[in-house]
Design a protein around this ligand. Structure first.
Ligand code: ADP
Ligand code: MG
Length: 589
């Protein structure tokens, strides 16, 4: 790889560079040097530090190197090989672009560069101390570049005093390396502190790198996100029970750059809202990709932040897509072991030792146990025991005081000063569904006999479905009897549906099963029938509910295993925080 020449930017471009301190702390030096190595196309970066980076920072790469005759100019302000004009700032695709790092570092430390472009006869070396450049020298070295920074801030005691403890500065360095390692997963990273190896990361896929950075405790409890909309999102999301007290397990990248982003952090909070307890934040590695012209990377002196042309679009895309993954995961019942929820086991009967801490509601029920008994009751067809029924998500359901009904669709309630809206249909679906399951687990379908059995003439399609679901029908409480060709007699329906019109319900269920709506494909027939039955029995939007009915519904919902979502993946409840209400009325800023 041959690089373009290093040249000093014209004033017009230099003036448009976001101004500010480039070197704030040792980690800033680490960041700038690694970025230079990545821009030079390296496959392998070694970072050595000593004295929390104050005594020594050394970054070695096997990248393109700097030709000997350009070594001097590299230390000039605004000298860069990466852009040529102010125009280029609009489509920067390198980490560096402002030509400020080397001069800024050399102004406050002693910097030595030894570099050798591939094919050069020898390596060139130069040392700059406090901005004073020494004589260039010829050296022996392998291809690539090694930059050594010693005695950082030796001539700026005020800045030295602003540093945190060595342990803290080292921690920030480690985070910095991890963040860049996420940006360049195909590059090997090695971080050594004195004699101690802190990080070693081989070239790997982004997903594996992301899981490595999240660490062993979280690695196996993550979901993959991968969407290719206008806002592309890739990464891994911690399952709700892995939520953390601090944001140190959140990593954001935007178009390949590690960034800080309060906006993305808020989007995650919103996506996990109600799934994790108050005061906790989700763990995640999220790489956001937007069209280059929808992004300004030149707004922060250390390039730690970026600006989206339209923040709101990115925000809502992230919330929606992350939610989709979370809800999907709670509902995917076909891949045991792929997703590990609290209390769920990879195989029935294996105790789960990795259950996640205090985010779990006390007394979360043991799915393995109920699953096993269900398996025994339902016979060999029931091969997905550990994930059916869906295990509890997290956080206990709050006790809610009913205020009224809104638009004949939502129950409006109050809990601890928060306003809540509950979708009456979704809530009732959840309740009925779990009641059906409980019955089935107990092995006794709870059927309600019809006073006069209903005779139903089946269409050929309906007849086909009936023949396929005979057993599930019986298991859930539909008593069906053949009665001539393509006609059946319906003698009983599940007790939960006693007050519905039997024939309409039966037909609606057959239609759902027959249409094989993909959202439930892969679930077993009994489960799909349970879903259909609950769906067609539940109160609908438009049904008027009185206070007593609403209170009773919420009480029943509270006792379900997963009160927060219906099985279509829609939430049952939306919560408006009291403190947000206060903000709306400017009672609190
Ligand atoms: P910028 O990265 O913004 O261009 P820097 O001050 O960081 O500015 O570096 C100046 C120039 O020195 C770069 O444009 C690049 O050409 C060269 N350079 C710095 N570090 C390396 C390296 N590790 N390998 C190859 N070239 C480098
Ligand atoms: Mg740079």
């Amino acid at each position: 790889m041959t690089s373009p020449r290093i040249e000093v930017l014209p004033t017009a471009a230099a003036e448009r560079i976001a101004a500010g301190e480039v070197v704030e702390r040792p980690a800033s030096v680490v960041k700038e040097l690694i970025e230079n190595s990545l821009d030079a196309g390296t496959r392998r970066i070694t970072i050595e530090i000593d004295g929390a980076g104050s005594r020594l920072i050394r970054v070695s790469d096997d990248g393109a190197g700097i030709p000997a005759e350009q070594l001097a100019v590299a230390f000039e302000r605004f000298a860069t090989s990466k852009i040529r004009s102010a125009d280029d700032l609009r489509h920067v695709n390198t980490y560096g672009f402002r030509g400020e790092a080397l001069p800024s570092i050399a102004a406050v430390a002693r910097v030595t560069i030894v570099t050798r472009p591939a094919g050069a006869n020898s390596a060139a070396a130069v040392t700059v101390t406090g901005g004073e450049r020494g004589a260039p020298a010829v050296a022996g070295a392998a291809d690539g570049t090694m930059v050594t920074v010693e005695n950082l801030f030796y001539n700026t005691p005020a800045r030295q005093r602003f540093l945190k403890s060595p342990a803290r500065e080292t921690a920030v360095i480690v985070e910095t390396v991890q963040a860049l390692a996420l940006a360049a997963p195909s590059v090997a990273f090695h971080l050594v502190d004195g004699e101690r190896e802190i990080l070693w990361m081989p070239p790997e896929s982004f997903e594996n790198r992301a899981r490595r950075v999240l660490g062993a405790a979280l690695r196996d409890r993550t979901l993959t996100i991968d969407t290719r909309g206008l806002t592309g999102l890739t990464g891994v999301l911690g399952t709700p029970e892995t939520a953390q007290a601090r944001r140190s397990h959140q990593w954001f990248l935007v178009n390949g750059r590690p960034v800080r982003s309060p906006m993305l952090a808020r989007a995650l909070d919103q996506a996990y809202h109600t799934l994790i307890p108050e005061g906790r934040v989700p763990a995640a590695v999220l790489h956001v990709r937007v069209p280059q012209d929808a992004l300004d990377v030149n707004i922060h002196p250390r390039k730690a932040e970026v600006r989206f042309a339209d923040e709101r679009v990115v925000f809502s895309d992230v919330v929606r897509e992350v939610r989709r993954v979370l809800h999907g995961a709670a509902l995917v019942h076909t891949a045991p072991g792929a997703v590990r929820w609290p209390g769920a086991t990879a195989a029935p009967g294996t105790p789960d030792t990795a259950v996640g801490g205090d985010a779990l509601p006390a007394g979360a029920h043991d799915v393995a146990e109920s699953a096993t008994s269900y398996g025994a009751a339902a016979g060999p067809d029931a091969v997905r025991p550990s994930l059916w029924p869906p295990p509890p998500l997290t956080a206990p359901w709050p006790s809610i005081r009913v205020l009224g009904q809104l638009a004949l669709t939502y129950i409006v309630g109050e809990t601890g000063g928060d306003l809540v809206l509950i979708d009456q249909h979704a809530a009732h679906e959840r309740v009925l569904y779990e009641r059906l399951l409980a019955r089935r687990r107990a092995g006794t379908a709870h059927a309600q006999g019809l006073v006069t059995p209903a005779v139903v003439e089946l269409s050929p399609a309906e007849a086909a479905v009936v023949s396929e679901v005979e057993r599930p029908l019986a298991a859930l409480g539909f008593e069906v009897e053949a009665f001539g060709r393509a006609t059946i007699r319906l003698r009983a329906v599940p007790a939960i549906a006693a007050d519905r019109d039997a024939i309409t319900l039966f037909r609606a269920c057959l239609a759902d099963l027959g249409s094989g709506r993909d959202e439930h494909a892969g679930r077993d027939l009994e489960e799909r029938l349970a879903i259909a039955t609950a769906c067609h029995t539940a109160v609908r939007a438009g049904d008027r509910l009185d206070q007593t009915k609403m209170a009773a519904l919420l009480e029943e919902l509270a006792r379900t295993e997963d009160p927060y979502s219906c099985f279509h993946g829609r939430p049952t409840m939306v919560r408006l925080r009291g403190r947000d209400l206060e903000r709306w009325f400017y009672r609190r800023l």
